[in-house]
Structures are given as structure tokens and as C-alpha cells.
Design a protein around this ligand. Structure first.
Ligand code: 13P
Length: 248
């Protein structure tokens, strides 16, 4: 009942020329029932949208402002994102939390701003290696999710996605085992169900962290894993296409 979603987070990579080649290769031969999304750097959104017009591949972004307009130099408003026809924006990525100091409160404000603009947030959560080793995984992940649920209130929770991305698995080649992934995904869904059972049943929870063609089938087959948020492998057309095919 939950349609799988495979989202590519290109991070700060690409050029007009490499994007064009990557998308050309991705689209040709793509055959999946899954929803497929690519999230280029914002500066390329328009050209990527143009190239993907008429295809099944959607375009998302990697970050957004929590403000709608005004004197916020360098920021991008959710209203501008909506203006382009974009449906999804990643927020709370661990790189934004760790490198740019984004707090749970700021992430929650972005979540609300996106929903209010009619865009579905992809909310990233996940623990560091130290937190996992200290046995704090669920405490950390629950706090990240709760901060958003609390701020958003029940009326803003109709259309969003969660991405569980253990920080120790991002860009490291280490992947959560199926048992580790399923355990956290199930716990997140239980947490959502405490707020609203119907919302928990329909909200997609993606896995992210060194997902690639070789491990995607096993991960996406897990009962509470509804797709992937893919970094490095989304920059390689054949790899990303294979992950999309693994999702259905
Ligand atoms: P990698 O797939 O490169 O580990 O990155 C995952 C990620 O951070 C996606 O948002």
C-alpha cells in the first residue's frame, strides 16, 4: 500500500554537462513501479526539470529556508520551490546538522514551512557511531522525529517522508544490516503510530547510507523500509537505475 520511493541526493556534485549525461542514461531503460526522484543542487533544478519533463522521474531539492520571502541573502523560499512544481525537499540531512549546525528546532521550522507551501518534506534522522555504540540510537532518532511531530501538530502530517540515515553509514561504504535497519524503521513507525495510526501506516520510511545495487534488494524488501535515499550511487546511472528496479 505504500508506494516505494527511491530518491537520489546528488549533494554538491554535478555540472550542466554531467547532469545531462547522467539523466539521459538514467531515464533510458528505466522501468519501475517505484516513485523516482533526483535532488540536484538547487542551481541546476530548472535545467534538470526541463530535461525530465515528460518522464516519470521527479525533481526534489536538498534544503530550503524556513522563511517565505524577504531579506534572507542566499536562501531559497519554499514558495519558490513550489513555483517550479517541485514536490519534495530533503531537510535535516546529517551533513546540514553536523556541518552547518542545524538544530531540531530549525529542521522542524523548515518542515512546517514546506508543508504550508504544499511540498512534502523528506525528513532525515539518524545516529552517529558514538551514539549507536552508547546504545542511544532510538533515543536520538526518536528525539529528532518528536521535535518535528511536536512542532508540526497533527494537521501538517498528511504528506511527508522520513529517511533513516545512520550517520556512520553515510559515504563510508558501511551499510546498516537488514536487522539494524528494520529495527529502527519499525521503531520509527511505532513512534508515528502513537500520534496517529493511519498516518504511521501510510508514511514512507526510506533507508539511506551506502545503499547501492548490491544491497538495495535486501534492504527495500524489509517490511518497514519503503525505499531509499541514495547518495554516491545516485551519481552513477546504472547503479541508481538498478536500485530503482530493486524497489519494484
Ligand atoms: P551515501 O549513499 O553516499 O552513503 O549517502 C547517503 C546520503 O547521505 C543520502 O542522503
Amino acid at each position: 500500500m505504500r508506494k516505494p520511493l527511491v530518491a537520489g541526493n546528488w549533494k554538491m556534485n554535478g555540472s550542466l554537462e554531467s547532469n545531462r549525461k547522467l539523466l539521459e542514461a538514467l531515464v533510458s531503460g528505466l522501468n519501475t513501479q517505484a516513485e523516482v526522484l533526483v535532488c540536484p543542487p538547487a542551481v541546476y533544478a530548472h535545467s534538470v526539470l526541463e530535461q525530465l519533463a515528460g518522464t516519470a522521474v521527479k525533481v526534489g531539492l536538498q534544503n530550503v529556508s524556513d522563511k517565505t520571502s524577504g531579506a534572507f541573502t542566499g536562501e531559497i523560499s519554499p514558495l519558490m520551490v513550489k513555483d517550479l512544481g517541485i514536490e519534495y525537499v530533503i531537510i535535516g540531512h546529517s551533513e546540514r546538522r553536523a556541518i552547518y549546525g542545524e538544530t531540531d528546532e530549525q529542521v522542524a521550522a523548515k518542515f512546517c514551512a514546506l508543508v504550508d507551501a504544499g511540498i512534502a518534506p523528506i525528513l532525515c534522522v539518524g545516529e552517529t557511531l558514538e551514539e549507536r555504540q552508547a546504545g542511544d540510537t532510538m533515543k536520538v532518532v526518536a528525539a529528532q522525529v518528536e521535535a518535528v511531530l511536536r512542532t508540526a501538530g497533527p494537521e501538517r502530517l498528511a504528506n511527508f517522508v522520513i529517511a533513516y540515515e545512520p550517520v556512520w553509514a553515510i559515504g563510508t561504504g558501511l551499510t546498516a544490516t537488514p536487522e539494524q535497519a528494520q529495527e529502527v524503521h519499525a521503531a520509527i513507525r511505532t513512534l508515528l503510530a502513537e500520534h496517529d495510526e493511519a498516518m504511521a501506516a501510510k508514511t514512507r520510511i526510506l533507508y539511506g547510507g551506502s545503499m547501492k545495487a548490491a544491497n538495495a534488494v535486501e534492504l527495500i524488501a524489509l517490511p518497514d523500509v519503503d525505499g531509499g535515499l541514495v547518495g554516491g550511487a545516485s551519481l552513477v546511472a546504472e547503479e541508481f537505475q538498478a536500485i530503482c528496479h530493486a524497489a519494484g
